[in-house]
Each structure stands twice: as structure tokens, then as C-alpha cells.
Design a protein around this ligand. Sequence first.
Ligand code: PLP
Length: 381
Amino acid sequence: MEKIRYFDHAATTNVREEVLKEMLPYFSIEYGNPSSLYSLGRRSHKAVELSREKVAKSINAMPKEIYFTSCGSEGNNLAIKGVARANKNKGNHIITTKIEHPAVLHTCKSLEKDGFEVTYINVDENGIINLNELKNSIKKETILISVMYANNEIGTIQPIEEIGKIANSNNIYFHTDAVQAIGNIKIDVKKMNIDLLTISGHKFYGPKGIGALYANENVKFDKIQDGGHQEKDKRAGTENVAGIVGIGKAIEIAYKEIEKNNNNLRYLRDYYVQQIENKIPYIKINGDRIRRLPGNSNISFEGIEGEELLYKLDIKGICASSGSACTSGTMEPSHVLTSIGLPYKLAQGALRITLGIENTKEDIDYLVNTLEEIIKKIRNK
Ligand code: PLP
């Protein structure tokens, strides 16, 4: 069995040791329900509130504006359905983009069945939206703009500050799915006029099964799950205390180390791309080369079928992705790659590499050499 070399950090990450250490007591000795009034419960409550402060601080929000959820998908559902339902007296129009994660796209599709109208704006060949198209899509019925911060497949970063200004000056709520951006990009929700922002713990060395939604204190949104009064009556269900402690610790470390980590990720990613360009012909680099996440590379290899490539890389101990993890079980070309105008053949041959803090230059050399060997063999078949 080959040593595992992990290049799929946009799919998920391992829980850091320091994070796990802080979480562990909340699985065993500190098992109180945060809603219980005795001291065992109060200690859990305190841990939850301390984590809320850490999450809030990392994006310049107030603790009361943070709602813990079970994942990024739930955060997106709560933000979009919550705002739509609470503001339907003002209008029924939502604007989003064609390259959102399914947790946004399918939520919008579901709202269309309930009578909402959704405009899905385009992206250019680099994967960036056009601000004029956004402005022209606004109607008097528009209540929400939802544009992802950074794309999970091609890593492109949208002009969030400009979108925030447009939304704000038109009195429209602005939500951003920041699941891929958190920990990689410094975010100031107040300065950027972001009204709602989705976070997921497992993308920055925190645990799976925990997320958070930031909602500005002035945003009107409905709960989408009925039950108890947890999370200021916006998210029923006993809190995942260990997960909440984990997401707080993970986000705190991510932002403490952001500069050092990003410099390293950018260096390794650029080295990888340069090596591929030098060694493998007939490739296409997907997504904007500058406005993208530091550890993301997405390259199409002509004449290659992504699934076959992934299978052969796996035999060599390499974990990567041919598209979004959530769609890689199907043979459909990725909606993101087709939205940037990639022909079917090139979309099928895309390989997403997303680097993380444990990757080294030696890992990249192994990856490039293995890719060169496999691609040569497939092309010569
Ligand atoms: N949004 C984006 C951009 C993502 O990349 C993902 C997961 O890959 C999600 C939302 C969903 O997050 P979760 O897996 O926590 O539900």
C-alpha cells in the first residue's frame, strides 16, 4: 500500500490535533446539555458561547449574529429559505450565479417551486461574475443576492466587496457561501456589507457535522426547522457542543496562521502548475490565475477521462478530485466547468488539486511524476 498523499482539501480536511484535544472532554466528562440549568449544563453553555465569540471575531461580527448549524449545506438553506420566507411580502425575486454549490442551487430550485423567481447570472471564461449583469438583473421585487465567495471547483474569488455595495445601495440582502473561503481569505462582514455568510467546520481542519451562519442583527429571516428554542429560536436541536468547540478552535488557529499558510500554499500550487506546464502537453488551466484560492489548481488534460485518472492516482496513493466531491459520483460534466465555456471533452478531463498545510514540495514532485506517467500511458493506449 502506497503512502497516502492528500490533495483534496476542498473536499474535507483532517481535524487538527489542537482542535481534537479541545473537543474531547465534551464527548465524555463535559456532557451537559447547554440548556440545562445545573453547573454541568452551564459549563457546556459557556463553551458554546466562547466558540461563538471566536467565530464572530474571525469575520468581525458580533457573537449574537452567529448561529451554529450542522454543516455548510444547512447554513445555505437557512440563509436563503429563511430570508425568502420572511421577506416574501417585499418581493419574490432572488439573484444567484450559475456556479454555486448544489446547496445553494438546489435550495433556489426548491424555492422556485414555492413561487419565487430566481435569476442565475453567468460567469466569464475565468469564472468571475459580471457586475453589470448583476446590476441589470435587479428588479423591485429582488430581496436577496446570493453569490459564493470562492468556488469549490476552480477556486475563483468573486468581487465580494463590490457585490456588497450594490446590494446595500439597492436595499437587498446579500448572502455569501464562504465555505471555501473561510480560513483562506480575511473577511470583514461589516466592511464588505455582507448580511449573511455560511461557514462549514470541516474545510479548515475542524470537524465535520458543524457549521455556522452569520446573519447581521438587522436581517429578517425565518427558521426552517421546528423544535426547541436553541440558537435564539432560529435553529432547533440540542447543540453539537464538541463540534462547536472544534469549529471555534479551528477558525481561531486558521486566522492566526493565515499569512504563513497562504504563502506556502501559493508557492506549492504555483510550483505544481509550472511543473505540469513544463512536463505535460495539451492542457488547459481552468479559472482565473490570480483571483483564486491559494491552494487550488484545476487543470484539464486533453484526451483524459477524469474518473479513470482518479482511479489510477488512487492506486498510487494520491487523493484528488475530478470536480466537486458532491458530484464526482456521477458522470455528468461539472456545471462549473461548462459555465466557464469548457467543451464537454475538456470538462471531463479536469483534475482538481487542493493543497493543505501538511503538503510538501516532495509531495508535489511525486504527484507531477505520477501524473506524467499515467497520462502518457492513457494517451498512448
Ligand atoms: N458550499 C461550498 C462552496 C462547498 O464547497 C461545500 C462543500 O463542499 C458546501 C457548501 C457544503 O458544505 P457541507 O459539506 O458542510 O454541507
